[in-house]
Design a protein around this ligand. Structure first.
Ligand code: AMP
Length: 434
């Protein structure tokens, strides 16, 4: 037999991981609702052109990292797995005429993204993002609101403090002249550039600013910066964003070389890192404004801004910080065990009754001695064991409180009520943990 494995760079979320993810998703849902962002779900793949036009053809994400789906038969369309959520959400905004809804349209989505990248710690080929988009508001106040929402996520997840890096990357009015200046700068060093970067220097020199190549990284220290070359409108916007952030007491580090990896960004760009770790691979979230994207995907010119938080990396950072992921896996409130190992019908019947009443219960369905069944219940961290024995003939079972070590007879027809009462006083009791 061959040894089967998950695809390279992709990971299974085992129950403990899944519980940790579920906790982050719950925090994300709660925050999004609190800030008025409504849930949306787009397909996991889109027409390739959505990404090529939206993200840009000369980007790592599209050139190297897109998972392209081989077209089937005569359909002839080219599809690709989504490498990020914004392009698909904006495609949906245009397709469903959301321009006629009250603006801005605030949307949120949490789900897996796919990038064919070289796998390493914190970099996967399938990873999860919590994403938020506000489409139809030119800012700058909403830019600050979006940043504050992103930061609130880390606080609620228990990952604080974090470091916010902020930049403005200009717009169609001022960026072209800057890009030209950048091209001239790189041309002077063209002989030192690796082939891909030399090729990109002509097509999209901005991408060299976030190149991972060590030669380019070193070169970038002397490259011209966009923030010195913003047009009046972009500068005004940037000053506005900073004033709103300052008023909210949000600290940030200005990073004039932060350009983000995708072409659709304009003006505000930001990234978040765990405190003290600012390498490319450690970003735990990022976002920015994309005022030309709706138009690029066929809609009326409409501004937008959003962010994506990498949930896998948030979990890694939580684990790294030593505080644990904060996830608790559900344990049954009661395990049904019995003196007669073979009496699985009774145990299953009682568990079924309890579950129908809403009590988390598990029947021990293994044909094994009572002692072993009770050990299993303790291992499950069940609060109670319901012990089925001869008294069942009289309608009673023994209810053992595994935490208190007490035991008493309880009529079967009152068992669900009894367990529910115990669960609610456990939750709300003096030592209640909510
Ligand atoms: P990006 O838009 O590429 O900056 O992605 C937003 C966030 O998603 C990043 O800050 C990371 O936290 C996360 N992320 C991006 N790519 C990966 C990846 N390959 N593996 C794990 N997380 C990723």
């Amino acid at each position: 037999m061959p040894t089967f494995r998950a695809p390279r760079g992709m990971h299974d979320l085992l129950p403990a991981d899944r519980a940790a993810f579920a906790r982050l998703e719950a925090i994300a849902d709660d925050l999004a609702a609190r800030y008025g962002y409504r849930q949306i779900e787009t397909p996991m793949f889109e027409q390739t052109a959505v990404f090529e036009r939206g993200i840009g053809e000369v980007t790592d994400v599209v050139e190297k990292e897109l998972y392209r789906i081989v077209p089937r038969g005569d359909e002839g369309e080219s599809w690709a797995l989504r490498p990020e959520p914004t392009a698909g959400i904006v495609r949906a905004y245009v397709q469903h005429g959301m321009q006629t809804w009250p603006q801005p349209v605030k949307l949120t989505m949490t789900g897996p993204m796919f990038r064919y990248d070289r796998p390493q710690a914190g970099r996967y080929r399938q990873f999860w993002q919590f994403d938020v988009e506000a489409i139809g508001d030119p800012g700058p106040a909403i830019d600050a609101e979006i940043v504050e929402l992103a930061l609130r996520f880390y606080t609620d997840a228990g990952l604080a403090p974090v470091e916010l890096h902020l930049n403005s990357i200009g717009d169609a009015a001022c960026r072209p002249a800057y890009v030209e200046e950048l091209r001239t700068f790189y041309r002077r060093h063209a002989d030192r550039l690796p082939p891909t970067e030399r090729d990109r220097l002509e097509r999209s020199p901005l991408r060299l600013l976030d190149s991972k190549d060590p030669t380019v990284v070193a070169l970038n220290a002397d490259a011209p910066v966009i923030t010195d070359r913003l047009c009046a409108a972009c500068l005004d916007h940037f000053v506005g964003v900073r004033a709103h952030l300052d008023a909210l007491g949000i600290a940030y580090r200005l990073d004039p070389r932060l350009v983000r990896g995708l072409d659709y960004y304009t003006r505000t760009a930001f990234e978040v890192f765990p405190s003290g770790a600012t390498g490319q691979q450690s970003a735990i979230g990022g976002g920015g404004r994309y005022d030309d994207l709706v138009e690029a995907l066929g809609g009326r010119p409409t501004p937008g801004i959003g962010f994506g938080i990498g949930l896998d990396r948030v979990l890694l950072a939580l684990e790294g910080a030593g505080g644990g992921t904060g996830a608790a896996e559900a344990s049954p409130q009661a395990v049904i065990v019995g003196a007669d190992p073979g009496a699985t019908i009774e145990r299953l019947r009682i568990a079924t009754l309890l579950r129908a009443e809403g009590v988390p219960a598990r029947a021990d369905l293994g044909v094994r001695k009572l002692g072993r069944q009770l050990e299993g219940a303790a291992r499950d961290r069940a609060h109670f064991a319901v012990i089925v024995g001869d008294e069942l003939a009289a309608g009673d079972v023994q209810l053992r409180d595994l935490q208190a070590g007490t035991q008493r007879a309880v009529p079967l027809d009152g068992l669900a009520r009894e367990l529910k009462r115990a669960a609610s006083s456990h939750r709300h009791g003096p030592e209640g943990r909510g």
